[in-house]
Design a binder for this molecule. Structure first.
Ligand SMILES: [Zn+2]
Length: 201
């Protein structure tokens, strides 16, 4: 089954949020506060007329890149401490509380501010992933130019790249190339060229 068929909704929300920026092609979806609002409104997490400011967008992007660092950690790479500190810094200013209803419980914003509602929805998704045991399956691709978030549905949860056919092969090829180039350098003392045909995820 494909990733789309097996990924639980909470994990999908977080994956899709992290993927609003695609480092490989430097493509940013959240280019304005209204775009950020629309992203959450489309998912029923903010009213369509909610007002967000530039500072809110900056905070959301910081949270997104912090989450990307965490997901990279899930893929077996050390998360960048500075990204985690920035994430912590933003979340320190966002009060959330647990709300209990007849349907269950969830984390909600403790203040009525659009950004707080949006970030509380993300934090509640983290909570839900933890309860569903899908949190550790949510990862970011270990290829340094990719960093795409994906859901690892494999039995042993050992996937480290967004797709073995793309990044996995690329990373392996580059390692093999580096090893070979190293051997050749030792033999000849030359500087190797970049590997060819290595683009794509
Ligand atoms: Zn990748």
């Amino acid at each position: 089954m494909s990733e789309e068929q097996v990924i639980p909704p909470a994990a999908r929300l977080l994956r899709d949020f992290v993927n609003t920026y695609e480092p490989q092609v430097d493509e940013e979806s959240l280019t304005a506060p209204d775009r950020l609002r629309d992203w959450f409104a489309e998912r029923g997490l903010l009213p369509p007329d909610a007002r967000l400011r530039s500072a809110d967008l900056a905070a959301a992007v910081t949270v997104r890149e912090g989450l990307r660092a965490v997901l990279l950690g899930h893929a077996g790479h050390p998360a960048e401490p500075a990204a985690l500190r920035r994430l912590d810094g933003v979340l320190a200013g966002v009060p959330v509380r647990m709300a209990f209803t007849v349907d269950g419980h969830r984390l909600v914003a403790a203040r009525d501010r659009a950004l707080d509602h949006a970030l509380a929805a993300l934090l509640d998704a983290v909570r839900q992933c933890g309860e569903e045991q899908s949190w550790a399956r949510l990862k970011a691709c270990a290829r340094d130019t990719c960093r795409w978030a994906y859901y690892d549905a494999s039995r042993n949860q050992a996937r480290r790249w967004c797709s073995m056919a793309g990044c996995g092969n690329y990373v392996k090829m580059r390692r093999a190339y580096a090893a070979r180039a190293g051997r050749e350098r030792k033999a000849a003392g030359g500087t190797p060229a970049e590997p060819k045909g290595a683009a794509g995820r």
